[in-house]
Design a protein around this ligand. Structure first.
Ligand code: SAM
Length: 286
């Protein structure tokens, strides 16, 4: 068992830091951050608050997505000279939708030790309280910002049976939920985990249809940081299998109208669910 809190020379420590509540840090993380010779931080000004809170005076340098490759080479040289270094990001576990991948892979390639100092990550915090199955899950990070690319990615996940986990921005949470409702179907269960560990922490689950309306219904529910979790496809009503008449109607309409409008009209004509018809159009196009 490795329980050291005194850093070894020439070692890179990957240290998880709080995702909101400053008390969510391990004793070992505080000890390592206090005792290493250098901290590589995603944003030195942002991390200054945490370091100051714990009375940590270790020198910091910036390692962010724009300088990571160049900075990684310099940090490897420092490690080779015997310096002990801790890597931290603005929040949570470094590398998880955060900088650090190039550094860690370079350090390992050169045969130096990389030691994880585990702690918070928004993925696991959200999953653990979501009530969704946790035995198998699939982390998708941030979806693409552009509507078309996002739609394609969501479409590609439609049959994924594991619990799906996404990071999402407050600006896109409504659009993403609407697209998911259309593609996965309004009946599928989903959970938004917002502002975890902070004052306005909210964890709310419902069907995609109701959740989408719930988030859209109040601008306060769209503020802050989000993890979005969606039930896997198993156990959901399959989109395939709409009856032949409904298929014919929706296909005729989709040839003349935008997909969403075609699905809406076909739903009114046939009584079939709009989401299932929309999904049929999308499947057909692909
Ligand atoms: N490395 C971090 C981790 O381990 O969770 C994630 C960094 S990523 C750049 C930031 C995103 O994580 C946010 O946009 C949000 O989607 C999610 N996130 C971070 N903190 C959160 C919190 N307190 N509540 C909900 N989501 C959070």
């Amino acid at each position: 068992m490795r329980s050291e809190t005194i850093p070894s020379p020439g070692t890179l420590y990957v240290v998880a830091t709080p995702i909101g509540n400053l008390a969510d840090i391990t004793y070992r993380a505080v000890a390592i951050l206090s005792e290493v010779q250098l901290i590589a931080a995603e944003d030195t000004r942002h991390s200054a608050r945490l370091l100051h809170h714990y009375g940590i005076n270790t020198p910091c340098i910036a390692l962010h997505e724009h300088n990571e490759r160049e900075q990684a080479a310099k940090l490897v040289e420092r490690l080779e000279g015997g310096t002990s270094i801790a890597l931290i990001s603005d929040a949570g576990t470094p590398l998880i939708s955060d900088p650090g991948f190039h550094l860690v892979s370079m350090v390992r390639e050169r045969g130096h030790r990389v030691v994880p100092i585990p702690g918070p990550s928004a993925i696991l915090a959200a999953l653990s309280a979501s009530g969704l199955p946790v035995d198998r899950f699939c982390f998708e990070g941030f979806l693409p910002a552009k509507t078309g690319a996002r739609q394609k990615r969501i479409q590609a996940l439609a049959d994924e049976t594991r619990t799906l986990i996404f990071y999402e921005s407050p600006h896109r949470i409504c659009a993403t939920l609407e697209q998911m409702e259309e593609i996965f179907g309004g009946e599928r269960w989903a959970v938004v985990a917002r502002e975890l560990t902070k004052t306005f922490e909210t964890i709310h689950g419902d069907t995609l249809e109701k959740l989408s309306a719930w988030v859209a219904g109040d601008s306060n529910r769209r503020r802050g940081e989000f993890v979005l979790l969606v039930q896997g496809a198993a156990g959901c009503q399959p989109a395939a299998g709409i009856d032949a008449d409904a298929q014919r109607v929706v296909e005729i309409l989709a040839a003349e109208l935008p997909s969403r409008q075609a699905a809406e009209l076909a739903a009114r004509i046939t009584g079939e669910k709009k989401n299932r018809l929309y999904r049929h159009i999308i499947d057909d196009k692909q």
